[in-house]
Design a protein around this ligand. Structure first.
Ligand code: NI
Length: 343
């Protein structure tokens, strides 16, 4: 055998390497392996595809959820904006209400000051008197003597309803029984006057006797409202020089009247009303009207007289207010019968 002849051996090897010339079992194995590889590849591809589709689906779902959330968020933001604008509107309103409250409180303080001025002086503050004079209003001062009595509370109710201020000349021994009524008179803007302790006929008394009659009545008034009467009305309008001198010493102006309704005499409502509106001697601008709040018929007459005077444009004032407006005030010991203009 030739050493270099390796040809057939090479041939055998080449043939063995070629699949065509592969043995049948080996070829089948390779086909199977190849098919398996293909199947695995296909499965992997399919799985990938499915996975991708599912991912996309999930992504779309998330996107939808996201946009839904964004929409919700926008709606909430809008709601928030409208709430905050509502809030600022409310706080503006609150602010304006607060400033209104402050203005009202200031007004209230002013009114309180006027009332305390009134209480301190027993007279309306000077500004009120000035306004009354400037307005050239028709003024009338209703006065009630000899009380308080069983009809006084009813009279006070009526006067309050009609915003009428009047003057009460109290008898000390009656007033001692009704401290609450004296307090009401003061609180409701009426003037409280002195009509002596026992309705004494003063000119018959000594100076000391006159002084005691006035002092005793003042003590009753002071016990109720903390200060003395602001004026004196001598019972029956009887005042001699002694009475005037004592009144001057005690700081009390004397108040008589210009209209006498004679209510104590007639005790008749119609007659009292007629006297109040009589052509001669009836009520006119500046009148001081004499009545007595201890009679049923007088209180009934007041309920007719007041609305009629209101209709005629009268302003109801206390005697101190009337004299402040028309006389620039009242001097102790002097006698005043009216507040007619220009006198
Ligand atoms: Ni009297």
């Amino acid at each position: 055998m030739a050493t270099f002849d390796t040809g057939p051996l090479e041939d055998v090897d080449v043939v063995a390497a070629s699949p065509v010339h592969m043995p049948k079992g080996q070829r089948r194995r390779r086909v199977i392996v190849f098919a398996l590889l293909l199947a695995v590849l296909f499965c992997a591809l399919a799985a990938g595809l499915v996975y991708t589709v599912q991912l996309q689906k999930a992504q779309a779902g998330l996107r939808a959820a996201l946009s839904e959330k964004q929409e919700e968020n926008a709606a909430l933001q809008e709601k928030n904006d409208s709430l905050s604008s509502e809030n600022s509107r409310l706080s503006d309103e609150l602010g304006s209400e607060k400033s209104q409250n402050a203005a009202l409180a200031a007004e209230n303080e002013q009114l309180k000051m006027q009332v305390s001025l009134k209480a301190a002086n027993g007279m309306t503050a000077i500004t009120d008197a000035g306004q009354i004079a400037d307005n050239k209003a028709k003024l009338v001062a209703l006065t009630f003597d000899d009380g308080p009595g069983q009809y006084t509370a009813e009279l006070l109710d009526f006067l309050r309803e009609h915003h009428v201020r009047a003057t009460f000349f109290l008898i000390g021994r009656n007033a001692a029984k009704y401290p609450a009524l004296i307090q009401r008179m003061e609180a409701e803007g009426h003037a409280v006057g002195n009509h002596t302790q026992n309705h004494a006929r003063l000119p018959r008394l000594s100076a000391d006797g006159v002084k005691k009659e006035i002092d005793d009545c003042n003590a009753v008034i002071r016990a109720a409202i903390g200060h003395d009467a602001v004026m004196l009305r001598a019972p029956g309008g009887n005042a001699n020089d002694t009475v005037k001198a004592v009144a001057k010493d005690m700081g009390l102006p004397l108040v008589h009247w210009s209209v006498d309704t004679k209510d104590w005499q007639s005790r008749n409502t119609d007659k009292i009303v007629s006297a109040a509106f009589a052509a001669r001697g009836g009520i006119k601008d500046g009148s001081v009207v004499l009545m007595h709040d201890i009679y049923r018929t007088t209180v009934d007459a007041v309920k007719i007289i007041v609305p009629r005077l209101e209709a005629q444009g009268y302003t109801f004032v206390t005697v101190p207010e009337l004299l402040a407006a028309r006389r620039g005030g009242a001097v102790a010991g002097e006698v005043y019968k009216n507040g007619y203009p220009g006198r």
